[in-house]
Design a protein around this ligand. Structure first.
Ligand SMILES: NC(=O)c1ccc[n+]([C@@H]2O[C@H](COP(=O)([O-])OP(=O)(O)OC[C@H]3O[C@@H](n4cnc5c(N)ncnc54)[C@H](O)[C@@H]3O)[C@@H](O)[C@H]2O)c1
Ligand SMILES: [Zn+2]
Length: 365
């Protein structure tokens, strides 16, 4: 088992990463006991994850009051109604301020459970047990919690850090291939923004990654969490450096919006967006073309798209992209902000890029 401490102002919390963490009931119980403050636990999970992983988690919680809130599956469930139902559930089961919530699932469960934890009786502890690769390397670290509003994703939320994160790489065995690849897109992102050696490691271990090798995955998850934790602790509330985590996301969000959420998985849109951002980087930050080729090769190897397909091109026109990106919430003072790379592991936040250059890049992608 490997462990990483996330240091944020006034607090710290551990991320445990291991292959088979949930199957080892004794060890799981030992870890959970340290972080559950009282006698009550409420597990928030969903219909897909519960049948596979709920029993093993409950087994490690013997002696406690354990209640299970099981949501339906899907991004659409990350809403205020399910938030309300979870609140009702906790109150009906008489959970008090010393209860501990436990998010068992992907980013949807984690974000909703985290937001409930942030606000139930002005905030209670919560533990993340992320079961998707995206959740293990991204959404469970950093303390952002939220639900969606009909007018936009993550429009209602709070910053609330978990007391511990437990990532079991073995849970990825049951994850659908597309979801797994989507998580790998965020993994590649960390290499691009912060760590050229890690990017190279991914190139060298793509075989093991595709085979979901536990040892390689543990190393990868730990590295990603370290990078995200470093960036986040330098900028917990997204005022500066944290923006680099959005590499590929301005383009990616544009693609997601224009194609309709659900057409591309977030990670797939980000993969295409990262290639666009790399192309832009060659124009404005001196990134070598060879790096763009390496990025495309790695993403392709990992089962990710690197360009739009014909159907998507019909809706993701240059004009539509410029329009939708201009409305992106990452716009500061009316200027488009892009994260560009000068080399692998070196990125800059730029708000001086002319619209014409962005258009040219989109035209060529
Ligand atoms: N808080 C943050 O910082 C942050 C960062 C990135 C993304 N997010 C949010 O995360 C969400 C996306 O997370 P996600 O990609 O994990 O999606 P998800 O939670 O919808 O999970 C993807 C699918 O996999 C299923 N699943 C989960 N674990 C499984 C397993 N082990 N085996 C089989 N199936 C499994 C889920 O039920 C779902 O159908 C979005 O709502 C996004 O806004 C938050
Ligand atoms: Zn992302």
């Amino acid at each position: 088992m490997q462990q990483l401490m996330v240091e944020i102002p006034q607090r710290q919390y551990p991320i445990f990463v291991a292959d088979g963490l949930l199957a080892d009931t004794q060890q799981l119980r030992r870890i959970l006991q340290q972080y559950i403050p009282g006698r009550q636990v409420a597990i928030v999970t969903n219909d897909v994850v519960a049948p596979i992983y709920l029993d093993v988690v409950v087994a490690a919680l013997d002696g406690l009051q354990v209640d299970v809130m099981q949501m339906a599956d899907g991004e659409a469930e990350k809403n205020l109604q399910v938030y309300q139902q979870t609140m009702d559930f906790l109150l009906n089961a008489r959970h008090n301020r010393s209860t501990c919530l436990l998010a068992l699932g992907g980013g949807v469960v984690g974000d909703l459970c985290g937001f409930v934890a942030a606000t139930f009786q002005r905030g209670v502890d919560f533990i993340q047990i992320p079961t998707t690769l995206l959740a293990q390397v991204d959404s469970s670290v950093g303390g952002k919690t939220a639900v969606n509003h009909p007018q936009g994703k993550n429009m209602i939320g709070a910053f609330h850090q978990p007391v511990a994160v437990l990532a079991d790489t073995a849970t990825l065995a049951t994850l659908p291939a597309r979801e797994y690849a989507a998580g790998l897109a965020e993994v590649v992102k960390y290499g691009v923004i912060e760590d050229a050696d890690f990017f190279e490691f991914l190139e060298q271990h793509s075989e093991e990654l595709l085979a979901k090798d536990g040892a390689v995955l543990s190393e990868v998850i730990l590295r990603c969490c370290t990078i995200k934790a470093d960036v986040v602790s330098a900028d917990e509330r997204e005022r500066g450096k944290r923006a680099i985590l959005n590499y590929g996301h301005t383009f990616g969000h544009g693609i997601e919006k224009l194609c309709g959420y659900g057409q591309w998985l977030h990670g797939e849109a980000v993969a295409i967006g990262m290639v666009m951002a790399a192309q832009l980087s060659t124009q404005v930050a001196g990134l070598e073309e060879s790096v763009v080729r390496r990025l495309i090769a790695l993403l392709t190897r990992l089962g990710l798209p690197t360009e739009l397909d014909r159907a998507s091109r019909q809706v993701v026109t240059v004009d539509a992209m410029m329009d939708v990106m201009g409305l992106d919430k990452k716009v500061v003072d009316g200027r488009l902000r892009f994260i560009v790379a000068s080399e692998l592991g070196q990125v800059q936040v730029r708000d001086d890029i002319e619209a014409g250059i962005v258009r040219d890049v989109l035209n060529r992608c």
